[in-house]
Design a protein around this ligand. Structure first.
Ligand SMILES: Cc1ncc(COP(=O)(O)O)c(C=O)c1O
Length: 448
């Protein structure tokens, strides 16, 4: 229940503030956050909640990290801002690019910085198109992505995003963007005789490239683990086959690591699980643990050689590219990620979370699947476990389970009837176990 403090703030909020995914009805019972401590968020009434999604998957280091605040303060005092446009640079940006070259996929050594994920998607689309023009293949402009993929909501990023609810208000979409099915181990039905489910799902890309015409396709973009789409972890043979297909048809493979980058899945970057390297990468969120908006893209050496060797200026730019404060915070954050072994912590705590959820919920008649990789898990609720039939969305099973969790001190997010849980990597083991208890109690409260 909201008490006066939170009620009054929400009323003031409703009077003038427009939110992402704004919905007055959904916002009426919303939360107003005023503080944070480690893995906890504190609301305007003083209530403490485990931050079950690390903010929006970004705050892996948790609240109150003095190192990050001090890095920002020091940089802001030294110099507020200087252009990052060509002919102008700053030491923090130079150091960050050097540092990323050391930890990213070995072939990726050149970086361009943005303010977040969606700008990074746009930057990669523009880079891919420019690259193919330089390669003498100007018709390679199309972009293929996946159903349930999430790549942001700028117009071009929205066209990559494969969650259909994001489209109708803003159509027509940009021509040349299409979607293939996701590998979705729980639901993807491989055709008869397929070598495996993962290979069949990857071969959807080959089919799409052939249907579009290989000479027209610039890039394929995918998250190593689909996050906002419902924590969909691919089969082990999926990405190796995707890599083969992209190489065979000269299609740039873009790994969207906006969620999976910097340790979340138990590796520094997501595709490391399958020994695969992309041509382009994009990142944001955890690179600053959400303390400052910063994202970026990285390109492999072959692409960098072509772009840098072309003699042309790259006519793409953001005022806040290579923002000195963002880069300073990112450098301090990389000290934390490496110094505190975030990939290792995410692997251990993620296994604890996944096993805990499977023990607590694995036999529940309405739990279709409990899945995850590293410290990101999803619980998919279904009406009928045998047929995998979903609940009628009007029943709002996922949102009701979420609401029950909130009353017990866990705040996260759902995608329909998939409950998503990805707390900060610093979360204590006791609070990982508490997440499991709360989700089990909330499930029982709604579904018996
Ligand atoms: C994989 C992925 N890509 C891109 C984005 C878009 O990032 P932003 O909201 O910073 O534009 C997100 C945001 O959740 C994301 O999860």
């Amino acid at each position: 229940m909201l008490n006066d403090t939170e009620t009054v703030l929400i009323e003031r909020d409703a009077a003038h503030l427009i939110h992402p995914l704004h919905s007055p009805a959904a916002h009426a019972g919303g939360k107003v956050w005023v503080g944070g401590e480690g893995e906890f968020l504190i609301d305007a009434n003083g209530g403490r909640f485990i931050d079950g999604l690390s903010g929006l998957w970004n705050n892996t280091a948790g609240n109150g990290r003095a190192e990050l605040a001090e890095a920002a303060y020091k940089q802001m005092k030294e110099m507020a801002y200087a252009s990052g446009y060509t002919g102008s640079s700053n030491p923090r940006a130079i150091e960050l690019a050097e540092r990323l070259a050391g930890i990213c996929y070995p072939s990726i050594n050149h970086f361009y910085f943005t303010s977040g994920g969606g700008e990074s998607t746009d930057s990669n689309i523009k880079l891919a198109r420019h690259y193919w023009k330089l390669m003498g293949k100007p018709n390679k402009t199309k972009v293929i992505s996946r159903i349930w993929g999430y790549h942001g909501t700028t117009l071009a990023a929205m066209c990559c995003t494969g969650i259909e609810a994001y489209w109708p208000m803003f159509e027509p979409r940009i021509p040349g963007f299409s979607h293939i099915p996701t590998p979705y181990p729980y639901r993807y039905e491989a055709p008869e005789g397929a070598a495996s489910q993962g290979i069949a799902a990857a071969d959807e890309l080959e089919k799409a490239i052939l249907a579009e015409g290989p000479d027209t396709v610039a890039m394929f973009i995918a998250e190593p683990v689909q996050g906002a789409g419902g924590v969909i972890v691919p089969q082990d043979d999926y990405f190796p086959r995707i890599r083969e297909i992209c190489t065979e048809y000269d299609v740039l493979f873009v790994s969207d690591e906006v969620i999976t980058g910097f340790g979340r899945t138990g590796r520094m970057f997501g595709l490391e699980h399958w020994g695969v390297e992309p041509d382009l990468i994009q990142f944001a969120k955890a690179i600053t643990s959400g303390y400052f908006p910063l994202g970026g893209i990285g390109m492999n050496d072959a692409i960098a050689d072509v772009i840098l060797g072309s003699g042309q200026a790259w006519m793409h730019a953001y005022t806040y590219s290579a923002h000195p404060t963002g880069c300073a915070v990112a450098l301090a954050m990389l000290d934390i990620v490496e110094g505190e072994d975030f990939p290792g912590q995410a692997a251990r705590k993620g296994a604890r979370l996944l096993n805990g959820l499977r023990d607590a919920l694995g036999d529940h008649p309405n739990v279709g699947e409990v899945r995850g990789l590293g410290l990101m898990c999803g619980i998919e609720y279904v009406e009928d476990r045998a047929t995998k039939a979903p609940f009628d969305p009007a029943q709002k099973v996922g949102p009701r389970i979420h609401a029950e969790g909130v009353t017990r001190g866990l705040f996260s997010r759902t995608r329909g009837d998939v409950y998503q849980i990805a707390p900060p990597i610093v979360t204590s083991e006791a609070n990982i176990d508490r997440c499991v208890e709360i989700i089990a109690e909330a499930t029982k409260a709604v579904l018996g």
